[in-house]
Design a protein around this ligand. Structure first.
Ligand SMILES: [Zn+2]
Length: 472
C-alpha cells in the first residue's frame, strides 16, 4: 500500500492521521478518563436502592447526619436521615460507604459541552471536524458525571446541544442531565461574534459562537428559533469581555439597544423560557434584572455596588460568578492555547471577582456554582468552584449548597433536584472524607467514589413548562 494516494507508508488514511496528530494527547486521554469515570457511576433504575455513608449532607443547609442513609424507590427518594430510621425495602440493592459522605448530585450551572479540545480561537474555529464534536462532547460529559456532577446547564456555543441532552435522557449516552441554551444570542461585533475572522466566514461557519441577532425582529426570531430547537433556557450576551478570546475582547462593551433587549426578554418570557445573561457592569446588570432574567453570569461588579446587589436580591436573581474560569485560565490557559494577555487578565480578575462574591453574599444575593468549562481546562474538576466560593467567605455548607440546592434553583430544577429530601430524584454522590471539614476535597475528582444518576429514567428532562415556573 506504500505510495497509495492519500495513504502513509503504513497504509493509514493521511487525513485521519492529521486530525489525530492535531488532537494529540488532549483527545487520547479522553477515552481512559471517561472509562474510569464510568466505573463508579450507577444508573438508578426502578429497583429499590439504599445508600448509606458515615455522614449525610442533604444540601439543605441543615446539620449533617452521622451514619446517614437515603432510600430510593422508582428513582425517587423516599427517606433521607439516620440509618437507624431507614425503612427496610424488600429487594433493595444496598451500598454502605465508610469514611465517606453522601450528598446530592452536584450541579454545574454554567458549562459548554462543545467538543472543543483546545481554547485557541483559531483552532477552535477550524477544527475539529464538526461531526466529531458531539462525540468528543459525550466523552467530556461522561467525565463530568464521573466527577459527581449529575446535572449541568450548558449555556450554548455550538456542539452537542440537544442531541447530547436527549441521548443522555434516553440512556444511550452516559452523562449528566443537561439543561441547554443550544446557542447563545448576541449582536454583530459582540461577544457572540468571532472578531478574529472575516464576517463572511463567521456567518457561514459551522461553528458560530452564537446567533448574531441585530434588531428587534431578528432578536425575537432568535428566541423563537431556540424555542423551536427545544432549548431549555435562553442565553444572552449583554456585554463583551471574555477572557478566553482576543485581547480586544477583554474590554467590556454593552450589547443590544434598549428596544432590542426588551424584545429578547419579552419574547423569552412569552415562550416560558428563563434567561441567563452574560453581563459585567452594574448598569447592564440592573437593566437586565429590571426586565426579568433568572441568572447573571460572571459579572464584574464593584464590591461596594450595593444598589445592583439590592436589585438582584429583591428579584431573586442568582449570581453565577464562574470563578473557576479565571482560576483555570490563569493557571493552565497557555497550555490550552489562550493568549498570555488572556491568562494574565484572568489571574488579576480572580481576586476582584471573589471580593464581589463576598459582598454580594452579604447583601443577600444567592450564589450558584458554575465553572464555564466543559471540555478543555478544568475538565472533570468542576468541584473546584465550591472550593473557590469557600475562599470568598461562604461556609463549607454554603459552598456545597451553591453546588446543589442553589444551583438547582439556577437551572430551574429545584422542585426535583438539589437536596436529599423525600420526593426528589435520587441523584447522589459519595465522596471520600468530610467536605464540611475540608471543602478542598471536592476539587479533586479522585475523591468521588460513587455517583448515582436518574438522568435516563425518562420524563425528568427540564421542560419549558417546568422552567417557566422559574422565570422571574
Ligand atoms: Zn460561558
Amino acid at each position: 500500500m506504500t505510495g497509495m494516494k492519500g495513504r502513509d507508508a503504513h497504509g493509514f488514511n493521511v487525513a485521519a492521521g492529521q486530525w489525530t496528530r492535531y488532537a494529540g494527547p488532549a483527545a487520547r486521554r479522553l477515552g481512559p478518563l471517561a472509562e474510569r469515570a464510568g466505573q463508579h457511576v450507577q444508573r438508578v433504575g426502578g429497583k429499590p436502592l439504599v445508600v448509606q455513608a458515615d455522614q449525610l449532607i442533604d444540601g439543605s443547609g441543615r446539620p449533617p447526619v452521622r451514619d446517614g442513609a437515603v432510600a430510593v424507590v422508582g428513582g425517587r427518594i423516599v427517606f433521607s436521615g439516620p440509618s437507624t430510621d431507614c425503612p427496610s425495602l424488600p429487594g433493595a440493592t444496598a451500598y454502605r460507604f465508610s469514611g465517606a459522605s453522601l450528598l446530592p448530585g452536584f450541579i454545574d450551572a454554567h458549562v459548554h459541552f462543545t467538543g472543543d479540545i483546545t481554547a485557541d480561537i483559531y483552532r477552535r474555529f477550524l477544527d475539529p471536524p464538526q461531526l466529531v464534536r458531539p462525540l468528543i462532547a459525550a466523552a467530556h460529559a461522561a467525565i463530568t458525571l464521573g466527577a459527581g456532577f449529575t446535572t449541568v446547564r450548558d449555556l450554548g456555543l455550538p456542539g452537542a446541544s440537544t442531541a447530547l441532552r436527549d441521548a443522555i435522557l434516553s440512556g444511550s449516552a452516559l452523562g449528566p442531565r443537561i439543561v441547554t441554551a443550544v446557542t447563545a444570542i448576541g449582536q454583530t461585533g459582540g461577544h457572540a461574534d468571532w472578531h478574529a475572522f472575516p464576517e463572511s466566514w463567521v456567518v457561514r461557519s459551522s461553528f458560530p459562537r452564537g446567533d448574531l441577532a441585530d434588531g428587534v425582529d431578528r432578536g425575537r426570531r432568535a428566541v423563537r428559533l431556540r424555542h423551536r430547537e427545544r432549548a431549555d433556557v435562553i442565553k444572552l450576551f449583554l456585554e463583551s469581555g471574555g477572557v478566553t478570546n482576543t485581547p480586544d475582547d477583554l474590554l467590556a462593551r454593552p450589547e443590544f439597544s434598549a428596544a432590542e433587549l426588551r424584545g429578547l426578554i419579552e419574547e423569552s418570557r412569552r415562550r416560558g423560557l428563563p434567561i441567563a445573561v452574560h453581563a459585567k457592569q452594574g448598569d447592564v446588570v440592573r437593566r437586565a434584572v429590571a426586565l426579568g432574567v433568572s441568572t447573571v453570569e460572571h459579572a464584574d461588579l464593584d464590591a461596594d455596588d450595593l444598589d445592583t446587589f439590592g436589585h438582584m436580591a429583591s428579584k431573586n436573581v442568582i449570581l453565577v460568578p464562574t470563578l473557576s474560569l479565571y482560576h483555570w485560565v490563569g493557571r493552565q490557559g497557555r497550555r490550552w492555547g489562550i493568549s498570555e494577555e488572556g491568562c494574565s487578565a484572568a489571574r488579576s480578575l480572580l481576586p476582584r471577582r471573589q471580593a464581589m462574591v463576598r459582598a454580594a453574599r452579604v447583601a443577600g444575593v444567592k450564589v450558584a456554582a458554575g465553572t464555564d468549562t466543559g471540555g478543555t481546562f478544568g475538565l472533570g474538576m468542576n468541584g473546584t468552584e465550591m472550593a473557590l466560593l469557600a475562599e470568598c467567605g461562604l461556609s463549607a455548607s454554603e459552598a456545597i449548597q451553591a453546588g446543589t440546592r442553589i444551583a438547582a434553583e439556577a437551572v430551574g430544577l429545584s422542585e426535583v433536584l438539589g437536596t436529599l429530601e423525600p420526593g426528589k430524584l435520587a441523584d447522589l454522590v459519595v465522596v471520600r472524607g468530610d467536605p464540611l471539614a475540608s471543602i478542598g476535597i471536592l476539587a479533586n475528582p479522585r475523591n468521588v467514589i460513587a455517583v448515582f444518576t436518574t438522568a435516563s429514567l425518562g420524563g425528568t428532562a427540564s421542560t419549558p413548562s417546568r422552567m417557566a415556573s422559574h422565570a422571574c
